[in-house]
Design a protein around this ligand. Structure first.
Ligand code: FMN
Length: 212
């Protein structure tokens, strides 16, 4: 089959200006709940795009771990490629695609490090295996092979058998402060619905309909 002939028509739903209200954060929660209830696999998985100092974008998936104080929080290695890029250019975008609901959400804004106590709390809530890998993995660096990682994990496991493990400084959260949030609902014949919110100031947003 030629991929040019793959064509999905979107018929499930529609998005009206009145449905989405005046607060895009409240509406985001509504859509996320519907994605969770709609059994979308990995409903909190989102693509994170960052831009290097020479203007080159790159994307990867991360998991949304909360929306706190209207900020979108994810956790990662601060020394990773994305971490290095966010250090020089804190502007980033997030993208959710929930195919079962025929919905996309785009979020753009500035990412800041989360409060270190918040990162500590989240780190300590993770299962042991996840903490060990966050501790030892030099994320985004070239390594000699998988066994290098496995040895590092076993050393750390032995080291922390009788010792409390703390969050390593190279690992923690980012909170993206949204300036723009767009909700997209697929419609039949490619005449999709798009409602975009632009932040004017504080909690004041302007709502606009965009052409598909
Ligand atoms: C569904 C999914 C969820 C992921 N969640 C995270 C995450 O929350 N944090 C993270 O650092 N990497 C996560 N990853 C791995 C990243 O996509 C990526 O490989 C890693 O963060 C290194 O990216 P970088 O080299 O661009 O910094 C996830 C990957 C997938 C496919």
């Amino acid at each position: 089959m030629n991929i040019r002939d793959l064509r999905q028509d979107y018929k499930r739903s529609c998005l009206d200006e009145d449905d989405s209200g005046n607060d895009p954060i409240v509406f985001f929660h509504q859509w996320l709940d519907e994605a969770i209830k709609g059994e979308v696999p990995d409903p909190t998985a989102m693509s994170l795009s960052t831009v290097s100092s020479d203007g080159r974008p790159s994307s990867r998936m991360v998991l949304l771990k909360g929306v706190e104080n209207e900020q979108f929080v994810f956790y990662t290695n601060y020394e990773s490629r994305k971490g290095e890029q966010l250090k020089v250019n804190p502007y980033a975008s997030l993208l959710f695609f929930w195919p079962q609901l025929e919905r996309q959400v785009r979020i753009e804004g500035k990412a800041e490090l989360t409060d270190s106590h918040e990162s500590d709390r989240y780190f300590m809530s993770r299962p042991l295996e996840s903490r060990l890998s966050a501790l030892v993995s030099p994320q985004s660096r070239v390594i000699s092979g998988r066994s290098e990682l496995e040895i590092l994990v076993e050393h750390a496991r032995a080291e922390f058998r009788n010792k409390e493990m703390r969050r390593p400084e190279h690992w923690g959260g980012y909170a993206l402060i949204p300036e723009l949030i767009e909700f997209w609902q697929g419609r039949t014949g490619r005449l999709h619905d798009r409602i975009r919110y632009r932040r004017l100031s504080g909690s004041e947003w302007v709502k606009e309909r965009l052409a598909p």
